[in-house]
Design a protein around this ligand. Structure first.
Ligand code: PMP
Length: 352
């Protein structure tokens, strides 16, 4: 606390994305990072960029990356916005599209950052509970009279996917406000709403290179939508930091986006590891929520989540425990690692 802090600063509860203890080497299954390295082409491009000309500012339009993303998704470059991780893209979208005084609807439970941004930008959250089976029900998103809607698909931390039909129902029922679909985990098995962009002027899709493309370390996220929504984000971004991302990130991200063969290779490996892990966790008596993500959301009828989390941590395995959130306190969220990491996890759990 500082005497210089404003009421705004005092009111904030910064979100810490995941613990990173330094006392020993952990198997890190707590922040949904990809256990595999990024595309070798992306790594070479970043190495080359280091030896090129870092003296110079990056391209203020990030054109190479925007072109690569546009081509990948069958869009035009002016339908693509790029930022420092999808967290920054989300922050700008919240600030730009959801601050008209009405509230913003999102699920309870969903990605915790939405609460953080709502607080930061004085947006009143309108929490829409998940169903008993932890699903988002599009019927709950009708007639809300809100400034906008944010849906994570697949949702986090449940990992559950929403059908494109359900996304479309929400878009139609809220045609006068922006519906932001956060697709951070889309490449692990759900259907992307990108195919709906030309039909719905109120749709903003946000994705990231942090998960399926293994590039959490360079912080690149992007938004896809009709040009008028993208232009709004550009106006905001260029008003305080006109460089979308740095030169090294631009170089690596562009090659990563072009390397779909590598994306398919590692996502199919992770999906197969996930399905195997689910079966084995169920055999150990866990209830596992069906996952379309690179993580699973699990609970055990007899073993408290906190005890399991602590026992795993003691043995050098970090998973996400939600002790700070009573509603989901008895669940653990476990990122899918390599097959070898999952063997260690399951061995350790079987000894509890
Ligand atoms: N959306 C969701 C649902 C997430 O879980 C995360 C990361 N944990 C993000 C967005 C942000 O990812 P990044 O800033 O790394 O792109």
């Amino acid at each position: 606390m500082s005497s210089f802090w404003t009421e705004k600063i005092k009111s904030l509860n910064p979100y810490i994305p995941g613990e990173q203890p330094q006392d020993k080497k952990y198997i890190k299954l707590n922040t949904n990072e990809n256990p595999y390295p990024p595309s070798p082409k992306a790594i070479s491009a970043m190495q080359a960029e280091v030896n090129a000309d870092l003296r110079l500012y990056p391209d203020p339009n990030g054109s190479r990356l925007k072109n690569a993303l546009a081509e990948n998704y069958g869009l035009k470059p002016d339908q693509v916005f790029v930022g420092n991780g999808s967290d920054e893209v989300l922050a700008l979208a919240f600030q730009g599209y959801f601050t008209d005084g009405r509230s913003l609807a999102f699920a309870d439970i969903t990605y915790s950052f939405y609460q953080v941004y709502a607080k930061l930008y004085d947006i009143e959250p309108k929490l829409v509970p998940l169903t008993e089976s932890l699903d988002i029900d599009p019927k709950d998103y009708q007639g809300l009279e809100v400034a906008g809607i944010v849906i994570a698909n697949p949702n986090a931390p449940t990992g559950k996917a929403l059908s494109l039909k359900a996304v479309e129902t929400i878009l139609k029922a809220n045609a006068d406000v922006v519906v932001l679909v956060d697709e951070a985990y889309i490449d692990f098995g759900a259907d992307s709403a990108v195919s709906l962009i030309d039909k719905y002027p109120n749709l903003l899709v946000v994705q990231t290179l942090s998960k399926s493309r293994s590039l959490a370390g360079i912080r690149v996220g992007y938004a896809l939508g009709q040009a008028h929504l993208i232009e709004g984000l550009e106006r905001l971004k260029n008003s305080f930091n006109s460089y979308p991302i740095d030169r090294i990130a631009l170089a690596g991200a562009t090659e990563a986006v072009k390397d779909d063969d590598y994306l398919k290779l590692i996502t199919s490996q992770l999906i197969s590891t996930r399905q195997q892990t689910i079966q084995q966790m169920e055999a150990l008596g866990f209830d596992v929520v069906p996952s379309a993500s690179n993580f699973i959301f699990v609970t055990h009828p007899d073993q408290p989540a906190e005890a399991l989390y602590l026992a795993l941590k003691h043995k050098g395995i970090l998973v996400r425990y939600f002790g700070d959130k009573p509603r989901i306190g008895n669940y653990l969220r476990i990122s899918i690692g390599t097959d070898q990491e999952m063997v260690v996890l399951l061995d350790t759990l079987s000894q509890q």
